[in-house]
Design a binder for this molecule. Structure first.
Ligand code: ADP
Length: 758
């Protein structure tokens, strides 16, 4: 806690918060006598949508330093914030409001503060919004709560009854509370109290947030193959060299990328006793499998961080990371924002995955921010993928990133045979979605006692519900999107906003009963067809609806691994990281689905997803086979999938993007205007359009109605900015936004490097 002198000074300041501070505080600190008559001007940034820190006064006696957590008044409210700057001995501060309290939490490291400022500028957001992503666990700033437990003292001069002996025996096993000890020893609390009173048991206060056990660095990993060892040596050498490096760890699924980056993590932890290592994963659902693998390698579970961890675990993780005691952290994208004092290695697994892009609130791409954070902090980054993003591959090819390759699967596992099924030549029967070849392929796998997977990247039963009598389409009431039928729940669901209604008995337009027909397939409809084809098979759906949490994912993955499922029908959730040894057949039901949106990365994304899915087939000794259904077999992306020629596909994609000046050869940013009425949206976007600054090497398109014109009742307009690589797009956006004052009901979102164009 605070030294008494500081506490006294604080109390004095608190007493007269608005009056100028009197001349002298006599402060005694640890025996020495100091006379502080100075005032500091303290800039405090709050985790609120405020662009800049506010200034306060504080007695020099407090010794306030940048990074300290404080409480200070904003108007009549007291708010927690972080000290951003201190001007010592500034008498001009006398007229400012006083800092209310200094909190005892570990100060925010300098690197984190610089990162917050940089990210705010880059993303064109108020710094306070970025700080809010960092200070996500306010109670981690207070000393950890404690609870009391009982421990045997070794006192032997007591009268020992049978019950007392049982209590002492239990107490010797584990330190627990008095009530728990009584319960375990099957006796009354009076017996336990008697032992405390007689001195045989002592009460201890223990922290509820103890430090995490340290990784065991004496353990070694798997015996690596020559090629894996060479890769591991390259990344470990970069770790040892220290400073900022980025390496693309580029290897087919199952080639041992995880084994290689585990070696790099071990190296970083060994190099420096205070080094911290962060591993980012795209899906919370994947963390459990990864946690077990890390545990096997380092003897302890890493510290876990994502949006679903319970409050207490969050508080403990945040405190231990800030104090530098948590050394190995595994998490989702938000783990990047934790206040690491000494981060030395960041691994981004499946670096191409779009879920690294946060699309709500502060819009950011965690992979790109991680590289920037690493550059600031002199840290190594490993980007691992079997299907790297074009951005990353171009950086690797140009030599900005090291390119570490693992070209083949580990052991005897081979890549699957991949074939295209031209749906124009081999169509499914009417009203069905699986061509005869797909059904045959799955059947052959089942006959061999192996497993099959059908991939259909759409949740629910059918994407459109239509009235046969009047043609009415069931649409979301406040968004421009069709309602997707979910047969299991009997509801129609908007996948954009989560809005849902029970499926009506009659058409709401023409009132004809039972007039609905379902158009198009989702996983539930494919399941119906698969059940019809394979009535004996054990079939399950793997989508976010059937596996709403990590536990459900783990259980399903285990059933699949243990051979309790014959056929899995999955959305893109199956594409990620799972390893099913007995799965040898993959059928892609609709490969064209992802190409329909027509955005910048549609081809790239389709290639990544489908090659990850087909890569699930035959990961162990058994050879795999994958069939891809498409109406466009001549498309370069389909040809590349069949030939499994990623580099040729990406080279063609790169050429197109370069010619158009698109990322990674140019930069994009989007400005999205939303307003509660159409005239307001039109007016606001017109004003914005008129106020746009002129800039060299930059094109501004729009405003145009967004493809999703209405979401949750908000009317949306979009601008798209394309700029040459050297142009400071963030500065352009900041200048532009500073020129406009819009109606308070209008919302403007800035998306630097957009992935979604909806
Ligand atoms: P990737 O991350 O490239 O998909 P993994 O590291 O998950 O590949 O490896 C795929 C499978 O092969 C895993 O079950 C892994 O434990 C196993 N494996 C990889 N390398 C080795 C090795 N050198 N020795 C034993 N098993 C290995």
């Amino acid at each position: 806690m605070l030294p008494t002198a500081r506490r006294r000074a604080l109390d004095a300041l608190k007493r007269k918060p608005s009056a100028p501070v009197g001349p002298l505080f006599a402060v005694e600190e640890e025996g020495a006598e100091f006379l502080h008559d100075t005032l500091d001007k303290v800039a405090v940034l709050f985790p609120l949508p405020l662009p800049e820190p506010f200034d306060y006064r504080a007695s020099g006696a407090l010794g306030i330093q940048p990074g300290m957590h404080v409480i200070a008044p904003i108007g009549s409210r007291l708010v927690r914030g972080v000290v951003w700057a201190v001007e010592r001995d500034n008498p001009g501060a006398a007229n400012l409001k006083a800092i209310e309290e200094v909190l005892p939490g570990t100060p925010l490291p300098e690197i984190t503060r610089r990162f917050v400022d940089w990210a705010a500028k880059y993303l064109v957001r108020p710094s306070g919004d970025i700080l809010r992503m960092v200070v996500r666990s306010p109670d981690a700033l207070l000393p950890p709560p404690t609870h009391s437990v009982l421990a045997p003292t070794g006192e032997t001069s007591i009268k020992l009854t049978e019950a007392r002996a049982r209590v002492l025996a239990e107490a010797a096993k584990e330190q627990v509370s008095a009530a728990e000890l009584a319960r375990r020893a099957e006796t009354s609390s009076a017996v336990v109290k008697g032992l405390v009173d007689s001195g045989a048991l002592a009460r201890l206060e223990i922290s509820e947030d103890p430090p995490f056990p340290a990784p065991d660095l004496t353990r070694t990993g798997k015996d690596l193959s020559d090629i894996q060892r060479a890769a591991a040596e390259t990344v470990c050498a970069s770790v040892r060299a220290g400073g900022f490096h980025v390496a693309l760890l580029d290897g087919v699924t199952g080639s041992g990328k995880t084994e290689v980056y585990l070696e790099a993590a071990a190296e970083a932890l060994q190099e420096e006793p205070s080094a911290q290592v962060l591993v980012l994963l795209p899906e919370i659902a994947l963390t459990q499998a990864a946690m077990s693998r890390f545990e096997a390698r380092f003897g302890v579970r890493p510290v876990e961080w994502h949006s679903a961890i319970p409050h207490k675990a969050r508080r403990r993780a945040w405190r231990e990371v800030a104090a530098g005691r948590a050394r190995l952290i595994v998490g989702a994208r938000s783990a990047l924002m934790l206040p690491y004092p000494n981060l030395k290695l960041i691994v981004i697994d499946e670096e191409h995955d779009p879920s690294y892009k946060q699309e709500e609130g502060v819009i950011y791409q965690a992979r790109d921010l991680a590289v920037a954070r690493a550059k600031m902090g002199g840290c190594m980054v490993i980007l691992a993928s079997a299907t790297p993003s074009l951005e990353t591959l171009v950086n690797a090819q140009s030599g900005r990133y090291a390119h570490v390759q693992l070209p083949s699967r580990h052991g005897s596992a081979e890549l699957p045979d991949v074939e295209l099924i031209d749906l124009k030549l081999e169509p499914p029967e009417k009203g069905r979605w699986l061509s005869p070849a797909l059904v045959r392929g799955a059947g052959e796998a089942l006959v061999r006692g192996e497993q099959a997977l059908f991939y259909m990247n759409r949740r629910g039963y059918a994407p459109l519900t239509l009235c046969k009598a009047c043609g009415h389409r069931m649409q979301s009431p406040d968004s421009q999107s069709w309602l997707v039928e979910h047969k299991y729940s009997g509801r129609l669901v908007c996948h954009l906003t989560g809005f849902s209604i029970p499926k009506p008995k009659a058409c709401p337009e023409c009132l004809t009963p039972d007039s609905f027909t379902s158009i198009g397939p989702g996983v539930e409809r494919i399941e119906e067809e698969v059940r019809d084809c394979f009535p004996e098979a054990r079939i399950e759906i793997f989508s976010s609806d059937t596996t709403p949490n990590g536990e459900a994912v783990r259980s399903l993955v285990e059933r699949m691994e243990f051979g309790e499922i014959d056929i899995l029908i999955g959305t893109q959730i199956v594409a990620k990281g799972h390893n099913f040894p007995n799965l040898t057949f993959v059928g892609v039901v609709d490969a064209d689905l992802g190409l329909k949106g027509g955005d910048l990365r549609a081809g790239e994304r389709t290639f990544q997803l489908i090659s990850q899915v087909t890569g699930r087939a035959g990961r162990h000794e058994k050879k795999g086979r994958a069939l891809i259904q498409t109406y466009a077999p001549q498309e370069p992306v389909m040809q590349a999938l069949a030939a499994q020629d990623r580099d040729a596909f990406l080279a063609a994609e790169a050429e197109e993007r370069e010619a158009a000046g698109m990322p990674p050869y140019g930069r994009l940013a989007a400005v999205i205007v939303s307003a509660p009425s159409e005239p307001l949206a039109n007016e606001a976007s017109k004003i914005l359009g008129e106020k746009a600054p002129n800039a060299e090497g930059l094109d501004l398109w729009g405003p145009a109605p967004a493809p999703l014109t209405i979401i949750r009742g908000m009317h949306r307009r979009r601008f798209l900015i394309r700029a040459d690589r050297g142009v400071d797009v963030s500065a352009f956006l900041a200048t532009w936004m500073a020129r406009v004052k819009l109606h308070s009901a209008v919302r403007v979102q800035i998306d630097v490097d957009p992935y979604s164009f909806l």
